[in-house]
Design a binder for this molecule. Structure first.
Ligand SMILES: [Zn+2]
Length: 258
């Protein structure tokens, strides 16, 4: 007769350790099954996760990254009426004014171009840096009156500098702006409304004549308010598309003459 006090603890001990081994085996099997069936790059956090994700995701060839061995392309953007306290430009009865609209758009243009590797100078209306300014291009951003004129007081206008050493190059800048801005925003071009204030714009005379320069009136504050005030991102996209057209030497439709 077996001694229960001897055999039972042994059997009991053996039983417990078999149970532990089985439990561990099942746990490891369960963990591995979970890892392999539920694998996703998102399971890894931080850099490793993004490296895995970038390997698994096809990368578009945007061709927009400026090679690090080259100097970044410099672009000047004038935010119309900025820094010119006495003149906020066009003002609406509710206080909405051109100065603020221009600055919102110009700041977005700067962000979007910097994100593509361009070197942006955001300039005030009478910025001292305009004197002899040298860059791949200079663009001044303005918008038109809030006065209720008529149903025609909608749309955009572009004018290029007549002081440029290379008029073909400068005209290509305004063609790119005309072509791309109109396509992106859907606004009509107002050829008949280009004023002397635009063609003889003060900054055109101040900058180095080797810098191609243009001015854009992005729309009218009254009839184009929903675009200018509520959707400055789209306005900026239109301007950026025009700038990229120029710096990449893409073709564009010429600016219509009245
Ligand atoms: Zn203005």
């Amino acid at each position: 007769m077996a001694d229960p006090t001897f055999s039972n603890p042994s059997r009991s001990k053996r039983g417990t350790s078999t149970g532990r081994i089985l439990q561990t085996t099942f746990s490891v099997a369960f963990l591995l099954a979970t890892l392999f069936t539920g694998f996703s790059p998102k399971m890894f956090s931080g850099d490793f996760g993004s490296i895995i994700a970038s390997i698994l995701t096809p990368q578009p060839d945007s061709g927009e990254i400026v090679p690090t061995t080259q100097k970044p392309v410099r672009i000047g953007i004038v935010s119309g009426h900025w820094g010119n306290g006495s003149d906020p430009g066009a003002v609406c009865p509710d206080g909405t004014n051109e100065h603020d609209i221009n600055l919102a758009i110009a700041s977005l243009v700067r962000q979007k171009l910097e994100a593509r590797g361009y070197d942006i100078d955001l300039l005030q209306e009478f910025d001292p840096r305009l004197d002899g300014y040298q860059a791949a291009l200079l663009l001044s951003i303005h918008s038109d009156t809030c006065d209720v004129i008529d149903a025609q007081a909608t749309g955009f206008k572009v004018a290029s500098s007549t002081y440029s050493h290379d008029q073909n190059l400068t005209d290509r800048l305004s063609a790119c702006l005309y072509d791309r801005y109109g396509n992106v925003t859907g606004l009509t071009y107002r050829a008949g409304n280009v004023t002397v204030n635009m063609t003889d714009y003060h900054a055109f005379r101040a900058i180095d004549p080797s810098t191609p320069a243009a001015i854009i009136e992005t729309g009218f504050l009254y009839l184009d308010r929903s675009l200018l005030v509520d959707n400055p991102d789209l306005v900026a996209d239109g301007i950026v598309a025009g700038v990229l057209c120029f710096v990449r030497s893409e073709s564009a439709q010429p600016v219509p003459t009245p």
